[in-house]
Design a protein around this ligand. Structure first.
Ligand code: NI
Length: 271
């Protein structure tokens, strides 16, 4: 059977895994309906691991970047190391291993790095993405719209913009989602859409046209129902697709096909 799903945001590189656990996880992904996954970095060591995962597994690609929590680690040397990783890393067939800069953005909920440091690290990495011609995967938590304002200010979001911004685990309202897709953003839906009482994300999934949606796990976090409570993993992205299919009243196969095509186009994957 042809595999159908694209998990646009996962952390196979998580330092929660031992080498053995990572191999077992990879085997479970290979036995699932997941055709592609992007392994997303949160700091420099995880960026290096994501590149290794992408080089070792044909279905895996990497995003490299420094998470807002770790914004203080974005020194000049770290930025240079990210540039080199993104520019030089190839898969065995010669294809680029790095398909995006991420996850980057602002997190004023946990405030683990000072806000000014977060803003500066975010802008520097957006500029790196533009310089390299790569799209960005965005983490936005409680920034009161500032994340989007910076993306607008840096020229990545505007009416008629090419799709270069993926809003990971979108948690805003349907109205905001519709506004952002009008500026060229791609909306990514994660496990919380399956949670009881999460009416907000349900409305986003209902109202955003399928051509502007992608799906993700953010594994090992945000496990969808019916597995909530255990660690998440890429194969569970199927439950996000099934929920969207139910909400939109379309077949699962259609959600799988459309979100996979959207993600391939966004990340520039042609295989
Ligand atoms: Ni993440």
């Amino acid at each position: 059977m042809t595999k159908r799903l694209f998990d646009t945001h996962t952390h196979i590189n998580s330092d929660d895994y031992t080498g053995e656990q990572r191999s077992a996880l990879i085997a479970r992904i290979e036995a699932s309906d997941v055709a592609y996954a992007v392994d997303i970095a949160f700091d420099l060591p995880s960026a290096r691991q994501a590149v290794r995962d992408a080089q070792e597994n044909p279905w895996c690609y990497a995003a490299v970047g420094i998470h807002p929590h770790d914004a203080e680690t974005l020194t000049d040397e770290a930025l240079e190391a990210l540039r080199k990783l993104a520019w030089e890393s190839k898969k065995p067939g010669g294809e680029n291993a790095v398909v995006a800069i991420g996850e980057i953005g602002l997190d004023f909920y946990r405030d683990l790095s000072p806000r000014d440091v977060q803003r500066e690290a975010f802008r520097r990495q957006i500029r790196l993405a533009k310089e390299l011609g790569l799209p960005v995967t965005i983490h936005d938590r409680d920034s009161a719209g500032e994340t989007v304002e910076i993306l607008k200010d840096e020229g990545l979001l505007h009416p008629g913009a090419a799709q270069r911004v993926l809003l990971h685990c979108f948690s805003g309202s349907a109205e905001q989602a519709l506004e952002y897709i009008g500026l060229g953003a791609l909306i990514s839906i994660a496990g919380p859409v399956t949670y009881k009482n999460n009416k907000k994300t349900v409305r986003v999934a209902e109202q955003v046209p399928i051509e502007h949606l992608v799906i993700e796990t953010d594994a090992p976090y945000l496990t969808p129902e019916p597995f909530r409570g255990r660690p998440n993993e890429s194969p569970y992205v199927e439950y996000v697709a099934r929920k969207i299919a139910e909400l939109k009243g379309v077949p699962y196969e259609e959600v799988a096909r459309a979100t996979c095509e959207n993600a391939k186009r966004f990340f520039g994957i042609s295989t």
